[in-house]
Design a protein around this ligand. Structure first.
Ligand SMILES: Cc1cc2nc3c(=O)[nH]c(=O)nc-3n(C[C@H](O)[C@H](O)[C@H](O)COP(=O)(O)OP(=O)(O)OC[C@H]3O[C@@H](n4cnc5c(N)ncnc54)[C@H](O)[C@@H]3O)c2cc1C
Length: 467
């Protein structure tokens, strides 16, 4: 009998995996495969995410073995490898979950042409084409988009983990996981190991724990970076270790506003994918065309200070250091640091997008792009260009007790709460009493807030549509 191939990609789980379910239901023996494509990696998997991917594949491969099968690892051009499976291993059909990155869709269409295949929606609650306005147009504003989603037929109940994956008479050759060389040579990821446990079992555990404990307080706590007020499920969703359907259905019994708000945020992820599916050009440019002519500043010095968390603005520096140390950053702080790069420093949002992509364990092509375009004011439903986050007020409002800043910027930890978000306002003598010398132990602000705000407004005005 011929074989069915399950081509894993961003769906590294056994539970609620429609591609896997459909392959098993075909009645054929199943070959599970993961293909590492170095060319794709440049665009789609940053350094931190590669660490995650390695761990995630390790877990998935063990679980697949427990079900009597084997996850085949290959590295190279997917077209050649899939063709080899068809020619040499009697693969007659390929099963995969739908992908949304424009160049991957193009690549897959080319690979699968002439090969029997079935593509399922495994990673979104709704197919983007199903969510249209009454005028058959695509949504570019979140609230009506989400309202429409909620009127659709409910996402299906998650599929159970299969009890067995029928094995082929012969498995194709496979690389060892290490041979795909996903882990960087320099072990800068050791700090990640302390924070994260990738894998679908952990994803489910986190979800259930979150729903039972913090979710009901989500509305109040989600903006406070110094506490654990959000789920931290983003890297698990990024690699498909948990499906949004699972989140949807597991959340249902918890009928409270906090949990509803949490599911709505999963809707923002959905919105990012919806935008990319409908406007594939977003991969390379802003939704608002006038941003193409924006006179970005080209300051390597300022950019480096931002990446290293050395801008002199404590909340910005805390965020950038959290990102580098853990591969993750709180959503409120993502907005603050992104706004700082784009508006205070006038550095192209695409540079920030790239840096996030390299350093986030949840670096997701659609959500990251949407987040940056939103902050820059050039995307869908975006923050207006004249909305410039004030990093001092944001710090005071959302990190009032300064737990977050003290954790990530310990060199200013002795400054009292009321001054810690703007240390330069203290006298030299006061600073000294807290063990701080600006410009030596902690940087002076790299740009004055009022000056930066005025400069940003004037510069953004040059591209604002004329009334
Ligand atoms: C500039 C910028 C870049 C971003 N880049 C990414 C990225 O690369 N990958 C990524 O997953 N998220 C990104 N986000 C969105 C958001 O910051 C993270 O999803 C969130 O911080 C993850 O934490 P959590 O899992 O605790 O979220 P929770 O608050 O627990 O939310 C649950 C899930 O909903 C989704 N979600 C929540 N908020 C958003 C949002 N604003 N946009 C899209 N999805 C959301 C995530 O999948 C998240 O895991 C970005 C936001 C900004 C402003």
């Amino acid at each position: 009998m011929s074989n069915a191939l399950v081509w894993f990609y961003n769906d590294l789980r056994l539970a609620d995996n429609p591609a896997l379910v459909n392959a098993i239901e075909s009645g054929k023996p199943v070959i599970p495969i993961f293909i590492w494509d170095e060319n794709d990696s440049d665009l789609h998997t940053g350094g931190a995410a590669k660490w995650w991917l390695h761990q995630s594949l390790d877990r998935l491969s063990n679980r697949i073995e427990e079900l009597g099968s084997k996850l085949i690892f290959r590295s190279g051009t997917p077209k050649t490898i899939i063709q080899e499976m068809v020619d040499d291993y009697d693969v007659s059909s390929v099963y995969l979950n739908r992908r949304f990155e424009p160049h991957i869709i193009e690549r897959d269409n080319d690979i699968l042409e002439g090969i029997e295949h079935e593509i399922s929606n495994g990673n979104l609650l709704f197919d983007p084409e199903d969510i249209m306005t009454k005028q058959e147009k695509r949504y570019t504003v979140f609230t009506p988009f989400w309202k429409n989603c909620k009127m659709q037929t409910e996402p299906h109940e998650p599929f159970a983990v299969p009890t067995e994956i029928p094995a082929p008479s012969e498995f194709p050759d496979s690389l060892e996981l290490d041979e795909m060389k996903l882990l960087p040579k320099i072990k800068w990821y050791t700090t990640f190991e302390k924070k994260w446990r990738p894998g679908e079992e952990e994803a489910k555990r986190i979800l259930i724990h979150f729903l039972k404990s913090e979710a009901r307080k989500y509305g109040k706590q989600r903006n406070i970076p110094g506490i654990r007020g959000t789920s931290r499920l983003s890297p698990y969703l990024r690699f498909g270790e948990i499906s949004p359907n699972t989140i949807w259905h597991e959340s249902k019994p918890y009928d409270n506003p906090g949990t509803e708000h949490f599911v709505r945020e999963v809707g923002w992820r959905e919105f990012g994918y919806h935008l990319m599916a409908n406007f594939p050009f977003l991969a390379n440019r802003a939704l608002r065309e006038n941003f193409e002519d924006f006179p970005w500043r080209d300051s390597e010095e300022d950019y480096t200070a931002w990446t290293k968390g050395m801008t002199g603005y404590p909340i910005v520096d805390a965020g950038m250091r959290e990102l580098y140390a853990t591969g993750w950053m709180h959503n409120r702080v993502r907005m603050i640091v992104a706004s700082f790069l784009v508006k205070h420093l006038l550095i192209d949002w695409k540079k920030g997008e790239r840096w996030f992509f390299d350093t986030l364990v949840d670096g997701d092509f659609c959500s990251n792009n949407a987040g940056w375009q939103w902050t820059a004011g050039c995307g869908a439903d975006a923050a207006p260009y004249y909305r410039i986050f004030n990093p001092i007020l944001q710090g005071k409002k959302f990190d009032t007790a300064a737990r977050y800043v003290r954790k990530w910027v310990p060199e200013i930890a002795d400054i009292p709460n009321e001054s810690i978000h703007a240390p330069w306002e203290l006298s030299e003598a006061q600073l000294q009493s807290y063990g701080v010398t600006l410009g030596k132990t902690y940087p002076e602000p790299i740009v004055n807030h009022e000056f930066a705000r005025k400069r940003a407004l004037e510069t953004f005005d040059t591209i604002a549509p004329k009334k």
